[in-house]
Design a protein around this ligand. Structure first.
Ligand code: AP5
Ligand code: MG
Ligand code: ZN
Length: 213
């Protein structure tokens, strides 16, 4: 299974990615997670990416595209992969197309999770993440059993530095101008499945499974 997850910030890409990985056993490739790992480890890439991420801007294509291509060429992607947060503009989509064509790889589905913009700020600002195991919670919509403690591994939960109202609003605007055109791009290719993301987390996953069947 070769899948792209598309959708605005806070739509539920990461949340559904965890379900998809479990069901279909494909590697989860999130460019946001890769950048955050590099920031945590203090690499050169992390230092460069951090400036853009803290302001809610896209990290430049020249730092992003090669990274994805080299990740896709690893062994665990031979039988499938799930891209989360890439591509994010037309340049990246065309770059990915070229990579796939050159390597004789087809896409199965682009899962487009749709959520109205006015719900996204609350989703992102209430998000809590576990830096240890990557689990995602929400203070209201998906609370951990014990406040600020990860259900999975027991570590403390934290907030992403870009999950404040101002930065989230900027990320939404970047999505609308740069990323949303990809809905058209993949609709024309006939590979898109539009999923209503404003439903219970489990219902969203049911709809994704139906689209992938
Ligand atoms: P990235 O990490 O990709 O962030 P994003 O696209 O803004 O998306 P999020 O991770 O915020 O949202 P999500 O859809 O994963 O939602 P989640 O499941 O967590 O990118 C971050 C930054 O990195 C970018 O701004 C950019 O700077 C850079 N970057 C990354 N990729 C790049 C690229 N390709 N090119 C250039 N730059 C790039 O859910 C959100 C919350 O809602 C959670 O609390 C969750 O519990 C809750 N929730 C989920 N589903 C539901 C539901 N159905 N009902 C109620 N609540 C729900
Ligand atoms: Mg995410
Ligand atoms: Zn954890």
């Amino acid at each position: 299974m070769r899948i792209i997850l598309l959708g605005p910030p806070g739509a539920g890409k990461g949340t559904q990615a965890a379900n998809i990985v479990e069901e279909y056993n494909v590697p989860h490739i999130s460019t946001g997670d890769i950048f955050r790992k590099n920031i945590k480890e203090g690499t050169e890439l992390g230092k460069k990416a951090q400036e853009y991420m803290n302001e809610g801007k896209l990290v430049p294509d020249e730092l992003t595209c090669g990274l994805v291509a080299s990740r896709l060429s690893e062994d665990d992607c031979k039988n499938g992969f799930m891209l989360d947060g890439f591509p994010r503009n037309t340049f990246q989509a065309e770059y990915l197309d070229r990579y796939l064509t050159e390597n004789n790889i087809g896409l199965d589905k682009v899962i487009n999770i749709e959520v109205d913009s006015n719900l996204l700020v609350e989703r992102a600002c209430g998000r809590r993440i576990c830096k240890n195991c990557g689990a995602t919670f929400h203070v209201k919509f998906n609370p951990s059993k014990v406040e600020d403690v990860c259900d999975v591994c027991g570590h403390n939960l934290t907030q992403r530095p870009d999950d404040n109202e101002e930065t989230v609003s900027h990320r939404i605007n970047v999505y609308l101008s740069e990323t949303k055109p990809l809905v058209d791009y993949y609709t024309k290719k006939g590979v898109i499945a539009n999923i209503d993301g404003d439903q219970d987390i489990n219902k969203v996953f049911e709809d994704i499974k139906a689209a992938l069947a």
